[in-house]
Design a protein around this ligand. Structure first.
Ligand code: SF4
Length: 220
């Protein structure tokens, strides 16, 4: 994985980033990708966007873009449309991304089991396989993606956009076993024997229910 830029001041390590990058949950280097886009270097911009983020296409559509709230350009007129620029670069880099997909080198004998294929589970899988660990992801639902695939309306996140990011992760060699419920189809103990480490990245898919069985609403 790429290293983040940091400096040490007074014995404290400080991450160097702009206010927009600091507001981004994954610290995307916003200035770098915007700069690359202005130079027409869309594929490099895309690489910069996914440097710390295995879901660039998803985020280009549904991220609530806290980066833009901190964009200092709004002191002059309005914030830079960072999320839309991410979408632009992702669309421009579509062929490049398909062309350059390849398996990660597996350099460790230990394997990693991940339970849950939502954004957390697949990000772990992505990062671990890039560091040379073979990864198997167990997903109880029939398809991967977790809430990205079954909790967000399609008009907000169409399947083909999610699929672009999923295809990148699977192309690295991550073994996604959908339709396998841990605790039912395979036991946690089995996973412990099979893998050097297990990551539980399960969701909380049941909505909270109203504690009252019936409620009477009075209108006047
Ligand atoms: S749109 Fe979201 S993911 Fe992209 S830079 Fe802004 S906060 Fe980060």
């Amino acid at each position: 994985m790429a290293e983040r830029s940091s400096a040490v001041a007074g014995g404290v390590e400080i991450e160097r980033c702009a206010t927009c990058s600091a507001a981004c949950p994954v610290r995307t280097d916003t200035r770098a990708y915007v700069d690359l886009i202005t130079q027409g270097r869309y594929e490099e911009a895309f690489e910069k966007i996914r440097e710390f983020n295995p879901f660039p296409s998803v985020c280009s559509l549904i991220c609530h873009h806290p980066c833009e709230e901190k964009c200092r350009r709004q002191d002059v007129d309005e914030p830079v449309a960072l999320r839309n620029l991410k979408r632009f670069a992702s669309e421009r880099a579509l062929d490049y991304r398909t062309r350059t997909r390849r398996k990660a080198d597996i350099t460790h004998s230990e394997t990693i089991g991940v339970v849950g294929s939502g954004p957390a589970g697949l990000t772990v899988a992505h990062d671990c396989i890039k560091q040379g660990y073979a990864v198997t992801v167990y997903e109880s639902l029939p398809k991967p993606g977790g809430l990205l695939s079954c909790g967000i309306p399609k008009y907000r996140l169409p399947d083909d956009i999610l699929q672009q990011d999923l295809d990148d992760i699977v192309a690295l060699g991550v073994d996604v076993r959908a339709g396998v419920a841990v605790g039912k189809d395979i036991g946690l103990q089995d996973l412990r024997q099979k893998h050097g480490a297990i990551v539980l990245a399960v969701a909380c898919p049941r909505a909270a229910t109203c504690p009252w069985r019936t409620a009477t609403i009075r209108t006047c």
